[in-house]
Design a protein around this ligand. Structure first.
Ligand SMILES: Nc1ncnc2c1ncn2[C@@H]1O[C@H](COP(=O)(O)OP(=O)(O)OP(=O)(O)O)[C@@H](O)[C@H]1O
Length: 452
């Protein structure tokens, strides 16, 4: 077993490789290893919000995997927060009897997957233009499950509230009728349970477990792609529930017919109900989300500072919340009140603030050409091959998003094209982003690279 510092350094490296810079800086860099006792690695996190995030986003499971990759050790992470450590120290001093640390011991996977997050309710969900339809449909379904929209299918980009709404339906149904049987799983957990059932010859129990519910919530079903056996089983689960008029709610980052190798019969069944997309929130909604979150966590923060943070992150609510947590952690660390200056300082290392200043059209062209392995000449030229047209449109899109340049000027920098070509490229990419997760990833990667 390596020593704690070496182990944590290796684990952190893997986190950095496998996560966005924002995730890494907000959630991983703020964690502090404080003890390695046998295989138990205790990490101290700045706030309860950080611990929620670690467990909900399965960063603890990632840690277990990385520890294994780095050191071939089965590490068990124990997440504590600073205030708990202090309380614990006082308690220990008083009682003088050895105690186990106050920990967030990982719960078995199946338990974690079935549990609903009590924070994800309709009350804590902020309604805006991009999600109002999804919100309304969710509310209807929670009031009259299995009647109007079955299945209810949410799709859209990363971190936009699909899981939140799904849990809100479950929480509301349980609140209205506590004897309701609700099951929440990610598609990966469904797959694992299914494989497990085959291996342990407990298929019958598996079926009981999944078919004997009033509400089945399956998150991120894009991971059913290419999984024939799981799809087969899910098809039967779906039919059994549907025939019994039990409500099914599904989420995905794209429409069913865009999920690779999803059986046609599933695609057509998913279309029986209602599919609603969720698009990124506008500035007002982002500010409202931050205000709600700050109030709920009792963070004292002025409105102009919230507007500033909301102006820095424009697509992903999870990252928006991460930025707020980062500002709060910074405030606790520096013992200074939260102001816009402090927020700018806290977010500076994320390279969000003012990062766009240094980004020019030639820099964008250079990075995009590199990223897609096309020549600069082709990127600015007239060739109509899809392998060139797409990067060209992406470069135009990013030029419009990340620089102050006018449309004619962007056209000019792309070999003297008309400004309508730039508008067309921008609209095309913006439209595709709603459903194309691959494209979303490429754009996120390029933005990260450009801001670095
Ligand atoms: N409209 C909203 N109001 C309040 N909180 C929101 C809203 N939208 C998203 N959030 C918060 O943002 C975070 C990310 O949301 P969620 O996990 O539901 O995203 P998702 O769309 O399921 O993402 P993924 O595709 O990564 O699973 C959650 O903490 C959620 O509470």
């Amino acid at each position: 077993m390596p020593d704690m510092v070496t182990l944590w350094t290796d684990i952190k490296e893997l986190f950095e490789e496998n996560n966005t810079p924002t995730t890494y800086k907000t959630w991983i860099e703020t964690a502090k290893p404080i003890a390695l006792d046998g295989n138990k690695l205790t990490l101290e996190l700045p706030s309860p919000l950080h611990r929620d995030y670690w467990t909900h986003q399965h960063l603890d499971q990632q840690l277990v995997e990385y520890a294994y990759q780095a050191a071939h050790e089965d590490i068990q992470p124990i997440l504590i927060i600073e205030s708990e450590r202090q309380q614990q120290a006082t308690r220990k001093a008083k009682t003088a009897t050895p105690e186990e640390p106050a920990t967030a011991e990982p719960t078995p996977t199946f338990m974690k997957e079935t549990a609903l997050n009590s924070r994800y309710t309709f009350d804590t969900f902020v309604i805006g233009k991009g999600n109002q339809m999804a919100h309304a449909a969710a509310l209807v379904v929670s009031e009259e499950p299995g009647v109007m929209y079955n299945p209810l299918f949410f799709y859209g980009g990363v971190g936009l509230g699909k899981t939140h709404l799904m849990h809100a339906i479950g929480n509301k149904m349980l609140e209205d009728r506590p004897d309701t049987k609700v099951k929440y799983v990610t598609s990966e957990a469904f797959t694992n349970d299914f494989i497990n059932a085959i291996q342990t010859r407990t298929q019958e129990q598996f079926r009981q477990e999944y078919r004997n519910v009033d509400l089945l919530l399956v998150d991120d079903i894009q991971f059913f792609a290419n999984k024939e056996g799981t799809q087969e089983e899910f098809f039967h689960t779906f039919n059994a529930l549907y025939d019994d008029e039990k409500q099914i709610v599904l989420t995905s980052d794209r429409l069913p017919n865009e999920i690779p190798k999803l059986q046609d019969r599933l695609v057509s069944r998913f279309a029986w109900g209602l599919s609603v997309d969720i698009t990124p929130p506008d500035l007002e909604t982002r500010i409202a989300i931050l205000r709600n979150k700050a109030d709920a966590d009792q963070i004292d923060i002025p409105d102009d500072t919230l507007s500033y943070i909301a102006g820095q992150i424009d697509s992903n609510v999870r990252e928006l919340e991460g930025a707020l947590a980062r500002v709060q952690a910074y405030h606790q660390l520096m013992h200074q009140p939260i102001t816009t200056d402090l927020a700018a300082e806290a977010l500076k290392s994320l390279n969000l603030a003012n990062a766009t200043d240094a980004i020019t059209i030639p820099v964008i062209q250079d990075r995009v050409a590199n990223y897609f392995h096309v020549s600069l000449k082709d990127l600015k030229g007239k060739k109509r091959k899809q392998a060139i047209v797409m990067p060209r449109q992406i470069a135009m899109y990013l030029s419009r998003e990340l620089t102050e340049a006018s449309l004619p000027r962007i056209g000019n920098e792309f070999g003297g094209k008309d400004h309508t070509t730039v508008i067309h490229a921008y609209d095309k990419i913006q439209d595709s982003l709603k459903t194309d997760a691959e494209l979303q990833k490429d754009i996120d990667n390029l933005k990260d690279e450009l801001r670095r």
